[in-house]
Design a protein around this ligand. Structure first.
Ligand SMILES: [Zn+2]
Length: 99
């Protein structure tokens, strides 16, 4: 998906596309990524691959829940502890932007 021959811009866009698909981008970033993708075949292909992989992992990956004691300990240790059922997008971490 990311190849050495890829332009730095496409490399950055594909990394952002992964965040976009996970719902982790601000609206302005999502618009920027979508605008680039609309005119870039390489990024369109990467977008499709990421979406197919994400669907396959969600459908077929084996999931194991943390034991209740571990889960409760982690939630108690986290300054961003949140109750079950809260929208994870609300707890998304803001990453600093490079200057
Ligand atoms: Zn591109």
């Amino acid at each position: 998906m990311i190849s050495p021959s890829m332009s730095p811009r496409c490399h950055q866009m594909i990394l952002l596309t992964q965040a976009e698909i996970d719902g982790e981008l601000a609206v302005s970033e999502a618009i920027s990524v979508a605008s680039h993708r609309a005119n870039c075949l390489e990024c369109q292909t990467a977008y499709q691959v990421i979406r197919v992989m994400r669907t396959a992992v969600r459908r077929y990956a084996v999931r194991h829940g943390a034991p209740p004691a571990l889960r409760n300990w982690l939630l108690a240790m986290s300054p961003r502890a949140m109750p079950t059922g809260r929208d994870p997008k609300e707890a998304a971490v803001e990453w600093p932007h490079s200057p």
